[in-house]
Design a protein around this ligand. Structure first.
Ligand code: GLU
Length: 452
């Protein structure tokens, strides 16, 4: 039998090869490291996983599509963006994962997100493979008409690669209900099919699931609550810092407040807001979802309890809990040090890979409960899968039913990660638990389905 350290040496060689084969993709390298650095115990224990080619196949997307997206702005100027869809792994079901529209998007970013999605989706237990897509298009400051023309052009290429049994995109940063509407309309027009299950996050009058907009944030709070329960605590009375002010952040704050915690911050690229009385969600939703404005407007209109801090780090605000809900690598070593100094008890990732590897290490060393995104933020994609189920059955569930299912999925993901970590001698290490549990499900399906 190979030992764990021999296995780790093999995995380290593979990581070096991944870096050579995929140059200039630092986010993908980071995501691959994070997973492959935790798999040695399971690969050493189960010889079938050491089969040559299994992990090599897992780190190579099944298909990668890159395409030109030409569109005209309101002045009639032609703009050209780049579109992506990475269909990473379909061993467990159709590729599933969001579309991100943000200027930082490139192939390496989409591959990191798609790779994460494989394990996250496996953890939901709902029969969905992993994929991700998007564009370097920046919707900020664009009119509705420009966003519509962009979405139509994007879908004019994407439609040939997706389908309810093939690949099912949804939203991510920069893609919400408005964009999904335009994308769905163009798909329907081109294909002449009412194929509700081809996209999730649809509007509620035409195939969207109740609670899908809330699901990622709500799910993350439920995961954080489960981690606290494990330590004999609950959310009641805890102070929480939340970063971001998009869909995930808003519904994280909503659920924290509903469960008796005090969420005191939100942020965007211009800075952050601290509100001692707790974030006023009606005001934040008005500014971000209706006016599509910036968070400094929140502080201006809220009055004495709130102040806007330009630049700066939201992680300097003392809190019991931290829920990073903005974007990758937003919580670094300095931030982790500040959180630990201020006595943080738990960090739960609402965004994808918001905590740098060095920061994760510091938090875990300090005994802080750390919930990695692929487990903690899986509620969003889980409710997407429930939306697909409702679409297939031509039915619509009540909000209560969807929330109940979401709660039971999050509890079961927490239990799975916790038990898997214990089984592999890493008690309390949710990173190891999530990676190994997700890997086992995907790897077993890949082995059963042969070399493809
Ligand atoms: N973008 C979300 C995620 O990172 C949701 C994807 C989906 O609903 O397909 O998991």
């Amino acid at each position: 039998m190979t030992t764990r350290s021999e296995t780790q040496t093999t995995l380290d060689h593979l990581l070096t090869e991944i870096e050579h084969r995929n140059p200039a993709q630092p986010e993908f390298h980071q995501a691959a490291h994070e997973v492959l650095e935790t798999l040695a115990p399971v690969v050493a224990a189960r010889p079938e996983y050491a089969e040559p080619g299994l992990i090599e196949r897992l780190v190579e997307p099944e298909r990668q599509v890159m395409f030109r997206v030409p569109w005209q702005d309101d002045q009639g100027r032609v703009r050209v963006n780049r579109g992506f869809r990475v269909e990473f792994n379909s061993a467990l079901g159709p590729y599933k994962g969001g579309l991100r529209f943000h200027p930082s998007v490139n192939l390496g970013v989409i591959k990191f997100l798609g790779f994460e999605q494989i394990f996250k989706n496996a953890l939901t237990g709902l029969g969905i493979g992993g994929g991700k897509g998007g564009s370097d298009f920046d919707p900020h400051g664009r009119s509705d008409a420009e966003v519509m023309r962009f979405c139509q052009s994007f879908m004019t290429e994407l439609y040939r690669h997706i389908g309810e049994h093939t690949d099912v995109p949804a939203g991510d940063i920069g893609v919400g209900g408005r964009e999904i509407g335009y994308l769905f309309g163009q798909y329907r027009r081109i294909t002449n099919r009412w194929e509700a299950g081809v996209l999730t996050g649809k509007g509620q009058g035409w195939g969207g699931s109740l609670i899908r907009p809330e699901a990622t944030g709500y799910g993350n709070v439920l995961f954080a609550a489960a981690m606290l329960r494990e330590r004999g605590e609950d959310l009641e009375g805890q102070t929480a810092v939340v970063s971001g002010s998009g869909n995930v952040a808003i519904y994280t704050i909503e659920k924290l407040t509903a469960l008796g915690a005090n969420a005191v911050t939100c942020s965007d690229s211009s800075g952050y807001v601290v509100d001692e009385k707790g974030i006023d969600l009606d005001l934040l939703k008005q500014i971000k979802e209706v006016e599509r404005g910036r968070v400094d407007a929140y502080a201006e209109r809220r009055g004495a309890s709130a102040r806007f801090v330009p630049g700066g780090s939201v992680w300097d605000v003392p809190a019991d809990l931290a829920l990073p809900s903005a974007t990758q690598n937003e919580l670094d070593e300095n931030a982790a040090t500040a959180l630990i100094r201020n006595g943080v008890k738990a960090v739960s990732e609402g965004a994808n890979m918001p905590t740098t590897p060095e920061a994760v290490h510091l938090l875990q060393q300090a005994g802080v409960a750390f919930g990695p995104g692929k487990a903690a933020n899986a509620g969003g994609v889980a409710v997407s899968a429930l939306e697909m189920a409702q679409n297939h059955a031509r039915t619509a569930w009540t909000a209560e039913r969807v929330e109940e299912e979401l709660a039971s999925i999050m509890t079961s993901i927490h239990t799975t990660c916790h038990e898997t970590a214990e089984r592999y001698d890493a008690p309390g290490d949710y990173v190891t638990g999530a990676n190994i549990a997700g890997f086992e499900r995907v790897a077993d399906a890949m082995l059963a389905q042969g070399v493809i």
